[in-house]
Write a protein that binds this ligand. Structure first.
Ligand code: 13P
Ligand code: SF4
Length: 304
């Protein structure tokens, strides 16, 4: 059944000049039909260069908007229209404009997990894998980092030569994890290395052997000589790693590390999209797009 659906998707996407992009949190069966699977940074770069005329994004809304901003000539479909990222909606443009008045000499650095509208007031975007590099490379010494306080704190600690102002947004999935969850997982698996996403709280990140994006965590685990790993990000990554590295052992940090938005996209959704009868086509006002894309292009220029 799964194989049949996958065969149909693979044949149709070729016939109809469609590129399927999947975030690393997608299920194994969706990843298998994708042209490219990666973290938010790698997906942004791929979005710019994919030769196909249509892109189906299997992920959340801000990722599909990023593709549309970078490739306005392409038809961009969000495979599951209900898949949003709660962090992306936490602040609106007018709030940030007011905060900017208080810190006029600060560069606004926006996590890519933001709406297109919010990106119009940012100087540069970052992802979890590019944030440290980009904040270091910026000419400005003062940085207003929005919206994730946990990623912001991690970057601030890695870039002590700059001044940071942080807002109190964040990812509800990663922020749910507490230090006691880490202590319990380490007690249960004393030989395991602990790999964590920087969207987790600072007291959780502090206990990690490695901090990185979804792809960063996967690369580290695949290349490491370690045999056991506690995974401090969405639990789909535990499944992917266990599938890829059968001889190693992977443990979820907590059963609560589940992003329901990232779980919404199913293989039948992808089939409906390639058949042209599902998903949502992303439409952006051209003036908004031109303003918002600047900070993504700057991210790609500084992050490459
Ligand atoms: P990555 O940039 O690590 O893929 O993160 C995206 C995300 O939404 C993590 O919660
Ligand atoms: Fe957004 Fe968190 Fe889900 Fe990532 S895991 S999409 S940041 S809610």
């Amino acid at each position: 059944m799964i194989k049949d659906l996958q065969q149909q998707i693979l044949a149709l996407k070729k016939e109809r000049d469609i590129c399927i992009l999947a975030h690393s949190y997608m299920s194994e069966e969706v990843c298998e039909v994708a042209d490219f699977v990666g973290d938010s940074y790698a997906l942004s770069v791929k979005a710019k260069t994919a030769p196909q005329s249509t892109v189906i994004m299997c992920g959340v809304r801000f990722m599909a908007e990023t593709v549309k901003m970078l490739s306005p000539e392409k038809k961009v479909i969000l495979a599951s229209p209900d898949a949003g990222c709660p962090m992306a909606e936490q602040f609106d443009k007018d709030v940030i404009k007011e905060v900017k008045k208080m810190y006029p000499d600060y560069a606004v650095v926006a996590y890519v997990n933001t709406t297109a509208e919010l990106k119009t007031v940012a100087d540069v975007c970052v992802t979890s894998s590019s944030a440290v590099k980009i904040c270091r490379a910026l000419p400005e010494k003062n940085i207003l980092f929005i919206p994730d306080i946990n990623l912001g704190t991690y970057v601030k600690n890695q870039v002590p030569e700059k001044n940071f102002k942080l807002l109190s947004g964040g990812c509800p999935t990663h922020a749910r994890i507490e230090k006691d969850d880490v202590l319990a997982a380490k007690a249960a698996h004393p030989n395991a290395l602990f790999l964590v996403h920087p969207e987790c709280r600072p007291e959780v990140v502090e206990l990690a052997d490695f901090v990185g994006s979804t792809s960063g965590i996967m690369d580290y685990a695949e290349k490491s000589d370690g045999e056991e790993f506690i995974i401090g990000t969405e639990n789909s990554i535990v499944q992917h790693l266990q599938y890829k590295c059968r001889e190693k052992k992977f443990y979820p940090l907590s059963k609560n590390l589940v992003c329901h938005n990232m779980r919404l996209t199913t293989l039948p959704d992808v089939l409906n999209c390639v058949l042209g009868r599902g998903g949502e086509e992303i439409v952006l006002d051209e003036k908004l797009r031109l303003q918002a894309v600047k900070c993504i292009e700057k991210m790609i220029e500084l992050g490459g």
